[in-house]
Design a protein around this ligand. Structure first.
Ligand SMILES: Nc1nc2c(c(=O)[nH]1)N[C@H]1C(S)=C(S)[C@@H](COP(=O)(O)OP(=O)(O)OC[C@H]3O[C@@H](n4cnc5c(=O)[nH]c(N)nc54)[C@H](O)[C@@H]3O)O[C@H]1N2
Ligand SMILES: Nc1nc2c(c(=O)[nH]1)N[C@H]1C(S)=C(S)[C@@H](COP(=O)(O)OP(=O)(O)OC[C@H]3O[C@@H](n4cnc5c(=O)[nH]c(N)nc54)[C@H](O)[C@@H]3O)O[C@H]1N2
Ligand code: SF4
Ligand SMILES: [Mo]
Length: 761
């Protein structure tokens, strides 16, 4: 296992929200101690726990290992686990996990909508109704009138079971989920480039990198322990240098050595121009390319000269105006990237949530491949993941509408046969038609093609783009929602609402951003009638007459089934037993047997068990053992600013709030620290419209309108407006466009043309 984790040292970053924490009643001393690496845990006043349990944070994909302190059957303390990859560090959301099981207004009983109103019901009534309606729908309209919409926050055992139940049992590939809104462009990029999904590198690469290329990511707020690790690398190595590419002056951009404030939506021009400079200035690693790389133009293999010719349209001089970054600076960045001892790229939603998300992912990988910035410690193309189980739970188990488990696809007849065989199904049982991706699914729910849906552990009523349209779609359908609270925007549209156990009220495996799987132990009983999502799936399967297919019924039974399932694939994690996961702060796959320590760096000899001896680096995901560099033309977004809609709206996150806020808005310290959501606008745009700080404004697009208060930010670029999406009172997704990337089908949350006007104060 990787051991080059940083040594404790002085915290490197002082958090801007100290004072807010102080105001939130935590006291100035506590707030000041909330300062960074190794110190965050001081936020929580020392509890008087008398037992400690190893667990994992349920919030983001950083996947911090934690210690949960308990007394008299209650959680009283949360600490970062020193043995975890996070070396004891957690962020404020992790610290406040102790409050999560006790949030106000938990849903504790099943509810059925009768005469337009949700009313309490027994589990038997709810489950019988679901069984009856799902069967009726399937028998009358066919299996494709049913769907599962899941989440990168369910446990692996839950998602695996749902996928098996719907694809293998009900025989529809309509299985999708919120990772489509999040990681599908990253997955599409990795699959296109290496033939296999998931990042090749690991967090420890941060400790060795000299150049950090942070692209469309704001780790200061969204992955704080990783940002802190970058800070420590900077403190330890004078040559370390951080470049941040973000149209917005984000908290990460402010703290970087170089911020490239690209014009929103144009940054593929930057990547192509960097490649052009690398090719023309002799910065490419020709040996690496000759051994490991192939070039592709629209499915046809081409040579390096064709790549070079393609890039001539993207010289720094040709793109600088459209991109908003000068040619000299582009050259400088290309040289730095190529010549640094080790370059690590870190990217997330500024890249993925774009109509060119797949192309951007492909090109970020390409820059590493053409310069040989790959496979050495600190040299890696790293798409950081968002949710705690988008990787392990959804991508690896193939729980998206075009996939089957362990890297298989529904359109491949061999893959279908293999899965049918493993699941004990007759040949031809699995449909050959890909199901609906998220946006297409909600459209189908809206126009009657899909009539029954099970939605688990996600809140599409607030998180889908063009939200009004899709809230209506859920109402028009027989929609079953599993939730922990009764009043999410999705719960409001439910026909049947099922009370779910959360995080430490159930047991299961989470798989995070560096291919690390960790076990969450059950420490508490769920409140009232709440049950685990796995239990619900098993009970629904029984009601559908599919109990024989879903034979594994406890988390460990499901895990063992899935572990054995993986054994003949490159995802092999046969060696990750519950016993090992209980004892260790996680393991990284591939991990083929119980003596295997796990794999920090994939495709690298000596680390990855699948690489042949003497190969050094081997891209075994493809028959020719090569990674593919694509020629990716820049295509402007369909959302273009106009006279009517002269501004761009972009959306994202803040440190203290998780997604749609159903959990973190119920934790007073977090709610207090972030405050209500607001629109951040530039001084110029505010002045032009007579808007002053705190005024009510309306932001509208071709998709809808929403009202909220304005914050005027001097550092905001003119022409851009920002809002986070955690606050249902400022339901920004009403305005957000729902165009998708043609390959990954991920919506472009990051770009909507809008207008803005002052309403009053
Ligand atoms: N505190 C907190 N942390 C979280 C989460 C949370 O809800 N709260 N959610 C988790 C999840 S699921 C995810 S997916 C991650 C997301 O993590 P991030 O992707 O880091 O967060 P975002 O705020 O969505 O977007 C990142 C940046 O993309 C920029 N951006 C917008 N348009 C463009 C563009 O055209 N080009 C470029 N280069 N950048 C652009 C935005 O200005 C923004 O700063 O965070 C995870 N961590
Ligand atoms: N405008 C805009 N919209 C976005 C994005 C953006 O950047 N901008 N980002 C997108 C991305 S990357 C993501 S990942 C999505 C996230 O979007 P969602 O998944 O819709 O957001 P969450 O708030 O995480 O929803 C999880 C829900 O599950 C409930 N829950 C918690 N634990 C459990 C459990 O154990 N079981 C069950 N059944 N329920 C549980 C919570 O109360 C919550 O309502 O949002 C997407 N939407
Ligand atoms: S960084 Fe992510 S995983 Fe770590 S404590 Fe914070 S929310 Fe949890
Ligand atoms: Mo996400």
């Amino acid at each position: 296992m990787e051991s080059e984790t940083p040594q404790p040292a002085e915290p490197q970053d002082i958090h801007r929200r100290e004072f807010m924490w102080a105001m939130a009643g935590l006291g100035a001393a506590t707030a000041a101690a909330f300062a960074g690496w190794g110190a965050l845990e001081a936020l929580v006043p020392p509890g008087t726990a008398d037992e400690w349990h190893k667990s994992v944070c349920r919030f983001c994909g950083t996947g911090c290992t934690i210690r949960v302190g308990m007394r008299e059957g209650e959680i009283v303390d949360i600490r970062g686990h020193e043995d975890g990859h996070n070396k004891g560090v957690i962020c404020v959301k992790g610290s406040m996990l102790r409050a999560l099981p006790k949030i106000e207004g938990r849903l504790t009983t099943p509810m059925i909508r009768r005469n337009g109103k949700l009313e309490p019901a027994s589990w038997d009534e709810a489950l019988d109704l679901i069984g009856r309606r799902f069967k009726e729908i399937r028998d009358t309209h066919g299996p494709d009138a049913l769907a599962f919409y899941g989440s990168g926050q369910l446990f692996t055992e839950e998602t695996y079971t749902a996928n098996k139940l719907f694809k293998g049992g009900l025989r529809t590939n309509n299985v999708d989920g919120n990772p489509r809104l999040c990681m599908s462009s990253a997955a599409a990029g990795y699959v296109r480039v290496y033939g296999k999904d998931e990042p090749p590198g690991c967090y420890a690469d941060i400790d060795h990198a000299e150049l950090f290329f942070i692209f469309g990511a704001n780790p200061y707020e969204c992955h704080p322990p990783l940002w802190e690790r970058v800070q420590r690398r900077r403190a330890a190595n004078r040559n370390a240098f951080v470049i941040c590419v973000d149209p917005r002056r984000s908290e990460t951009a402010k703290r970087s050595d170089l911020h490239l404030p690209v014009i929103p939506g144009t940054d593929l021009l930057l990547l192509n121009a960097m490649a052009q400079v690398m090719v023309e200035d002799g910065l490419c690693d020709m040996k690496f390319m000759q051994r490991h790389v192939r070039f592709d133009r629209n499915g046809e293999t081409v040579d390096f000269e064709a790549f070079r010719a393609f890039l001539r349209d993207y010289t720094p001089e040709k793109v600088e105006q459209q991109l908003g970054i000068g040619a000299d600076l582009i050259r400088h960045v290309a040289h730095r990237f190529a010549t640094s001892r080790a370059s690590t790229s870190l990217w997330t939603m500024g890249v993925n949530q774009r109509t060119q998300g797949t192309a951007l992912n492909t090109m970020l990988n390409a820059l590493h491949l053409i310069t040989g910035q790959f496979g050495r410690k600190g040299a890696t193309p790293f798409s950081i993941t968002g949710q705690p189980n988008a990787c392990g739970g959804v991508r690896d188990t193939g729980s998206l509408s075009h996939l089957l488990p362990a890297g298989r696809t529904v359109t491949n007849p061999d893959h279908r046969r293999e899965v049918e065989h493993k699941w004990g199904l007759p040949e031809g049982a699995i449909s050959q038609t890909p199901g609906h991706d998220a946006v297409s699914l909600f459209r189908a729910m809206g126009d009657g093609r899909v009539k029954g849906a099970l939605i688990m552990c996600t809140n599409p009523g607030q998180s889908m783009p063009a939200a009004d349209r899709y809230a209506k779609a859920m109402q028009d359908c027989f929609t079953v929602v599993s939730e922990i609270v009764p009043d999410s925007e999705t719960a409001k549209a439910a026909s049947v609402l099922l009370p779910a156990a959360l995080w430490c009220e159930k047991e299961g495996v989470l798989g995070q951003g560096e291919r690390r799987y960790q076990l969450v132990p059950k420490l508490l009983d769920p409140p009232g009638e709440a049950r685990s999502d796995l239990w619900m799936l098993v009970e629904i399967a029984k009601r559908l007459g599919l109990g024989d297919l879903i034979k594994a019924r406890t988390p460990q039974e499901v895990w063992d089934e899935w572990r054995h399932f993986s054994a003949d694939s490159y995802y092999n994690f046969e060696g990750m037993t519950y016993d090992r996961l209980r004892a260790l702060p996680g393991l990284q796959w591939p991990c083929p047997d119980e003596d295997h320590p796990g794999t920090a760096r994939r495709f690298v000899e000596g680390e990855d068990p699948f690489v042949s001896k003497g190969a050094g680096i081997e891209f075994y995901g493809r028959k020719d053992k090569r990674a593919v560099v694509y020629l990716c033309p820049y295509v402007p977004s369909p959302e273009q600013r106009s006279e009517v809609y002269p501004l761009y709206l972009t959306t994202g996150r803040v440190l203290e709030q998780w997604h749609t806020g159903t959990m973190t808005m119920r934790i007073p310290e977090l709610r207090g620290a972030a405050g209500p959501a607001r629109f951040t606008v530039s001084e110029v745009d505010a002045k032009r419209r007579g808007i002053e700080a705190g005024d009510m404004i309306e932001v509208s697009s071709a998709f809808g309108a929403v009202q909220g208060r304005a914050v005027i930010d001097r550092e905001m670029r003119p022409g851009l407006v920002f809002a986070a999406f955690y606050d249902a009172r400022l339901l920004v997704n009403r305005v957000v466009a729902d165009h998708v990337d043609p390959v990954s089908k991920e919506p472009e949350f990051k770009l909507t043309a809008v207008q803005m006007r002052r309403l009053g104060n």
